[in-house]
Ligand binder design. Structure first.
Ligand code: FAD
Length: 358
């Protein structure tokens, strides 16, 4: 029995609590996600929020960049607020794979001892953070939507709980690092500052052959991939648009504005559009420059996913609809009249600009 317990501990990488001096753990580390040399915006949003927390803790803000030919991303991380960017750059790290990436993260965490490690709650971030958490004597709060630190240097990671009806704040009091994944669009990135000073520290990729046990043969890009989280303009439809055909009209409008269409859960549950387009507590969190809410009442579960948009225009035939409380501009009317009128006004303006460029 004792032998089994000992073996089990070794297998999952747990170390006895007494051996570890937690006070050596200092600073916040953001694991930067990139693909083909382009960073995901959630990484810069995380650096923005972490800067505030690092100042509260009087601790360094670190970024960890892994990939191949990605020095420019480490430089970007400094511009977005990191004091130190650890850079692990190697041909075998070109594409994300769970085992090599998680092994490198583990080595870096063990060597540089951040007290907090944050990841984007993307498919990759969730996979990576989960793989790392199983090898550290710590927990992982998934899908956080609020972060803070207190005077005891504890991370307060909050997330919706109990069927999204309340917020739970989760603390990891006994172990380090404290880890969380965070939804894209929840926080704002700092403005890029090319003069921000920081240090890039190269990290050698020490990988055992068995850590590189898979090979990426090919990427097949889904043609209908929905990228709501990075969209700058979103035209979203709700139950008020009356059916799937309404989304064809909204799609046209979105294309005209260089954006994408989105939806409420009422519309996705009705099967008018795929669930991938859903914005809100159980969908995507978005932060576009412009969000046009069409036939959407403004239920709290929808609003939490889009309230950080720079400008919100609401179109609703009910002047009492709650969406007007958070909208910068509200238009009371039938969307079938308002959208064509908006589109015509936009086209006219565009033509004028072509005729009289500034
Ligand atoms: C646990 C849980 C999680 C949830 N998660 C989400 C989520 O992630 N995202 C989400 O969106 N919802 C979510 N919901 C559902 C949410 O509570 C609302 O039911 C939903 O957002 C309502 O969608 P809606 O605004 O499209 O529909 P409604 O509330 O029915 O509003 C339709 C609006 O359209 C207007 N309208 C009707 N006809 C017209 C017209 N011709 N022109 C203009 N306006 C018109 C009406 O005045 C009305 O205000 C969740 C609910 C629960 C319980």
């Amino acid at each position: 029995m004792a032998e089994t317990k000992k073996r089990k501990k070794k297998m999952i990488g747990l170390q006895p609590e007494g051996d570890i001096d937690w006070s050596k753990y200092r600073g916040i580390m953001v694991v930067v996600e990139q693909r083909d040399g382009t960073a995901k915006s959630v990484s810069w949003q995380l650096l923005g929020e972490s800067k505030r927390m690092a100042e509260k803790l009087d601790a360094p803000l670190m970024a960890l960049v892994i990939g191949h030919n990605v020095r420019h991303i480490a430089e970007e991380a400094i511009g977005y607020g990191a004091d130190i960017a650890y850079l692990c750059d190697s041909p075998e790290l070109k594409n994300y794979r769970t085992r090599p990436y998680s092994r490198i993260c583990l080595n870096v965490i063990r060597e540089y001892k951040p007290e907090i490690v944050l990841y984007g709650a993307t498919y990759t971030g969730r996979d990576l953070a989960g793989a790392i958490a199983t090898h550290l004597p710590t927990g992982l709060t998934a899908d956080s939507t609020m972060l803070d630190v207190d005077e005891e240097r504890l991370l307060h990671a909050s997330r919706p709980a109990f069927s999204e009806k309340m917020m739970a704040t989760i603390l990891c009091k006994q172990f380090k690092p404290q880890m969380a994944t965070v939804r894209s669009g929840t926080f704002e990135a700092l403005p890029f500052d090319k003069d921000h000073k920081g240090e890039i520290i190269p990290v050698q990729p020490v990988l055992k052959p068995e850590s590189i046990d898979t090979e990426v043969l090919e990427f097949i890009e889904a043609t209908d991939r929905v990228d709501l989280e990075d969209a700058q303009v979103i035209v979203a439809g709700g139950r008020g648009i009356g059916g799937p055909q309404g989304f064809d009209v909204l799609s046209d409008m979105a294309k005209e504005l260089g954006g994408t269409v989105a939806a409420t859960r009422a519309a996705t549950d009705a099967g008018w559009i795929d669930h991938a387009y859903q914005v809100g507590q159980t969908g995507s969190t978005v932060r576009p420059k412009l969000y046009i809410a069409v036939g959407i009442s403004g239920a709290v579960q929808h609003v939490v996913g889009m309230q950080n948009s720079d400008y919100i225009i609401a179109i609703n035939k009910d002047p009492e609809a709650p969406i007007f409380k958070i909208a910068n501009y509200g238009i009371v009317g039938d969307w079938m009249d308002v959208i064509p009128a908006l589109k015509a006004a936009w086209m006219e303006r565009k033509q004028k600009q072509v005729a009289n460029p500034v």
